[in-house]
Design a binder for this molecule. Structure first.
Ligand code: PRP
Ligand code: MN
Ligand code: MG
Length: 182
């Protein structure tokens, strides 16, 4: 969808800007992994769009797996505990892992995931996140590939949701306050 009328404040990145940045990052990944096969691990649900576009912009050999996680407790992410809802389907021993995420907010999800995957003895682990909010990141994370650093605004689209909606917006836009203030 290119618009869901009335619900957005302003567009941060257009579909074309996102696609163009994806191509740049894909080229960087191809160069870095030349001759190696990448196991791309997407984090459901937000990473679906980034994964679909990034892997198709790459020429490296790759395979794909998915995890679903949830912060533990009463809905906030401040508890510091992440629960695995769906685990990888295959062993990652000796593999070169590229975790694919739509966004890094606090960094809690990814710092847990990296720690968890590291214990399974892969050859390497790197992170690609399409968006990152540097003002919000509290967990130290080594992120090799970032699409865009963005301000701390409520953004939706390209996989990013508000109450599970708006993931299908092809642009990335800020949500109009009337949508989340009632
Ligand atoms: C969002 C986003 C990241 C995570 C980032 O996922 O997709 O996975 O939160 O937040 P953090 O850096 O503070 O951990 P969410 O839990 O909303 O699930 P979703 O991907 O299904 O939307
Ligand atoms: Mn997510
Ligand atoms: Mg979400």
């Amino acid at each position: 969808a290119s618009d869901i009328p009335g619900d957005f404040d302003h567009v941060l990145y257009t579909e074309e800007q996102v696609a163009s940045r994806i191509r740049e990052v894909a080229a960087q990944i191809d160069a870095d992994y030349a001759g190696r096969e990448i196991l791309m691990v997407g984090v459901l649900n937000g990473a679906v769009m980034t994964m679909a576009d990034l892997c198709r912009a790459m020429t490296s050999h790759m395979s794909m797996d998915w995890m679903a996680v949830s912060s533990y407790g009463a809905g906030t992410k401040s508890s510091g505990v992440v629960r695995i809802l769906k685990d990888l389907t295959k062993d990652i021993d000796g593999r070169d892992i590229l975790i694919v995420e739509d966004i890094i907010d606090t960094g809690l999800t990814l710092s847990y995931l990296v720690q968890n995957l590291r214990s399974r003895n892969p050859n390497s682990i790197e992170i690609m996140a399409m968006f990152r909010k540097p003002e919000v990141v509290t967990c130290p994370l080594d992120v090799k590939y970032v699409g865009f650093d963005i301000p701390n605004e409520f953004v939706v689209g390209y996989g990013l949701d508000y109450a599970d909606k708006y993931r299908n917006l092809t642009d990335v836009a800020t949500l109009a306050p009337h949508v989340y203030k009632s």
